[in-house]
Structure formats: C-alpha cells, structure tokens
Design a protein around this ligand. Structure first.
Ligand SMILES: Cc1ncc(C[n+]2csc(CCOP(=O)(O)OP(=O)(O)O)c2C)c(N)n1
Ligand SMILES: [Mg+2]
Length: 391
C-alpha cells in the first residue's frame, strides 16, 4: 500500500458488502472483518464512537501485500537466526494486522515509539527492513534516522519508550502543533507485560494530566515471555485507561481494518487536542517470544491452533476472494514479490561487514568526551597487545 492517506480520499470506494453487527458477540471489541473474511460495515462503541473504513480495491490489495511481505521478511529473519547469522530475533508472527493496521493509520507527521517487535510498523514507515537485522546481528545500532522516518529506535527496556513518547507528545503541545487537521500526534507501542511496569503507569499519569497528543498502543499478545495475561491484570487492559482519565478501546488485533480504524480515530483525536487514549489490540504471539524461547514449555498446542483459525492474513485473503477484489494472479504475484524480497534481505545480511571493535566508541556522544577518548585509547592498546599472537 502506498504511503499517504488511505481510507481518506475520494476515489471510488467499495462499500462494505453488508452490515453484520456484533459478529463477535462482544460489543466492546471493535471488529470490521471476521475471521471468515466477512465485512462488518461499522462498529459503534458503547461511548458512541463509530468505527468504519472506506478503502478502494487497490488499497485493500495494498494492505494484503503489506501483511504478506512483513510475515515473509520476519520468517526469513527467524531462519537467519537459526542458521547463526543473527544473535537473536523477536518475531511478529500473528501480530501483522495490529502492526500494519496501526502503521498505515499514522500520518506522515506522526511520531512512533516502538518496542523490539515492531518490524511491521517499521516497514509501514518506509524504513528498509534490513535495518533491524543489523541490530540483531550485532554489527550496528539500528541505523535509521528516527527524525527522518518519524520512527524512534527499538527499545528493549520494557515500557521505557512510553515515557519517551509522553515527553515527545508534551513537546508537540508546547510547540503549538496540535489543534488542526495537519497537527501532530505520537504513538507508543508496548506489550501486555509492559502494563505492569512503573514506567508505563507513570506515562499514563503524565500523558493524562498534560493532555498529551499520544496514543498508547498495547499489543496484548497474551504473553510476556512465559507469563500469561492473568499474571498481569484482573481487568481487561483497555479498562485501565478509565482510572487514568482517558478513553480506552479494545480492537481485534488480528483484523487489519479495525486496527486501522481505531488507530486513525485515536491519532486524529490526539492531533485535534483531545488528549491521549489507550488501544488494546487483542492478538496472539503465534511464535516464540524470541528465538531464545521455547513456548511449548508453557502453553498448549490447542491454544495455538485456536488462534491459527483467527489468522490475520487468511481473513483478508478470504475477503478479497469473496468480493472478487483480487484473483489468483494477484496472490501469486504478491507471493513472488515476498520471495524475491526475502532472498534480497538474506543476501544483504550475509554481506554485512563486521565492524572494527573500536567503533563501539563512536556515536556515544555527538561530540565525544575526554573520558571516552581515554577508554578508546586504552582499548586500542589492549587490542594491539594481541597482534602477532595466536589469540
Ligand atoms: C525493564 C525490563 N525488565 C525485564 C526485561 C526482560 N524482558 C524482555 S521481553 C519481556 C516481556 C515483555 O512482554 P510484553 O510486554 O507482553 O511484550 P511482548 O514481548 O509480548 O511483545 C521481559 C520481561 C526487559 N527487557 N526490560
Ligand atoms: Mg506480550
């Protein structure tokens, strides 16, 4: 899908085939596309907010392409780690719709603060998907410019980025950049486990009382490594927002259309000066926490199978087929593009040069420091001490 303003233009649109209200039987869960690929025209939340999307056929096909590409690139990264080419990989498998839906809902001026798993959002921001692989191969620090792409560096410290995002969003207000259609907003990604962190709760307080233009986007993938959701909360996560004084909404995180709709609404509310909100994208981590984890130790196969039936890509494909928006040639062409891009990704990873060890002192401070210079010199002498030896 091209970067820009999908769902908000006036080109010819495909109306939702039929209205199918309350398909999940859960009025609190925003869903616009069922697991079977049925379109739900709109969803009205208990607070009266109506969610709907209005995409052209081309835009629907674009979302499908995004989903397939990010899944394929992610699978390639997992394979590279298994072959010893990456130190670690945190797979997004199962979370593609939450990431592509929210990522495409961002407007160009919006700033995103990711965790370590947001490869799909990174892709939507127009960043070369090779970038995080350098980080996980241990040959660079990530390498993209957060200001250029409006996508901050990956953050491994659980929840810390919600504070960074809150400070950034408060800055947007101080700069007077809210209140209009082209105002700015920020979005902070985090997981279900992160909601137990002090940082996240402090971010909620600050964003609330300063009315910061910020969307808290929680991907509830049901686990924090091996800890299941019931060890984090006794109430649905989106309801936590009420205690902090801002709205919360739960969306089907395996539904790319609903994820797009709720994020677009929340960001637009924020940019118009209506303050923060919390989105709980209800989803599932289909794979391991990272390549260092073995999920068979703490969850049963039937649970994984139940979520396989809610796969975020299968339902878009079913919809495109049923509505004759895409044919077999289109699906084959997308698969071929995904194959080509993953081969290209692999080739570029294998070509990554190993950095000189001494370069770890670069980029610590913009203008260096005397202490750092001293450490670099000491390290250089240490490395030189090995020259000519067998070690
Ligand atoms: C402050 C901090 N504590 C602990 C960890 C170790 N750790 C890494 S990932 C993780 C679980 C995070 O779970 P969640 O927030 O649900 O995100 P998910 O990985 O499921 O996307 C933990 C505890 C860490 N990185 N940072
Ligand atoms: Mg989690």
């Amino acid at each position: 899908m091209a970067k820009g303003d999908p769902g908000g233009t006036t080109r010819s649109r495909r109306a939702a085939p039929r209205s199918k209200k309350g398909a999940t039987g859960d009025p609190e869960l925003v869903q616009l596309l069922t697991p079977d690929g049925e379109r739900i025209e709109s969803h009205t939340s208990p607070d009266g907010t109506e969610y709907r999307v209005d995409f052209t056929d081309e835009e629907y096909r674009g979302l499908y392409r995004d989903l397939v590409l990010v899944r394929k690139l992610d699978a390639e990264a997992t394979a590279l780690q298994r072959q010893g080419e990456l130190g670690l990989w945190a797979s997004l498998l199962g979370q593609e719709a939450a990431q592509v839906g929210s990522g495409r809902a961002l407007r160009t001026q919006d700033m995103a603060f990711p965790t370590y798993r947001e490869h799909g959002v990174l892709y939507c921001r127009g960043i070369d998907p090779i970038m995080p692989l350098g980080l996980f191969r241990g040959v660079d620090q990530g390498g993209w410019d957060p200001n250029e792409f409006k996508f901050n560096m990956y953050t491994i410290v659980i929840g810390a980025q919600t504070l960074h995002a809150t400070g950034y969003a408060m800055g947007i207000t101080m700069d007077g950049k809210t209140g209009t259609d082209d105002g700015e907003a920020a979005i902070a990604y985090f997981g279900d486990g992160a909601t137990s962190q002090g940082d996240v709760n402090e971010a909620f307080v600050w964003a609330s009382v300063f009315n910061a233009p910020l969307v808290f986007f929680c991907q509830n993938n049901q686990y924090a490594i091996s800890e299941p959701l019931e060890r984090q909360t006794r109430v649905p996560l989106y309801q936590r927002a009420a205690g902090f004084g801002f709205p919360g909404v739960r969306v089907d995180g395996n539904d790319v259309l609903a994820s797009y709709a709720v994020t677009r609404t929340a960001l637009d509310n924020a940019r118009h000066g209506q303050g923060p909100s919390l989105i709980e994208a209800y989803t599932y981590r289909m794979g391991a926490h990272t390549t260092s984890d073995d999920p068979t130790r703490y969850r049963i196969a039937s649970e994984v199978e139940a979520w396989q039936a809610k796969d975020p890509i299968t339902r878009v494909k079913a919809f495109l087929e049923k509505q004759q928006i895409a044919d077999a040639d289109f699906f084959a062409e997308v698969d071929e593009q995904a194959r080509r891009e993953s081969v290209h990704l692999r080739e570029r990873v294998l070509d990554m040069p190993n950095p000189e060890p001494v370069t770890m002192f670069d980029h610590v401070y913009p203008n260096g420091s005397p202490l750092l210079d001293e450490q670099r010199a000491q390290f250089t002498r240490y490395m030189e001490s090995f020259e000519g030896s067998a070690h």
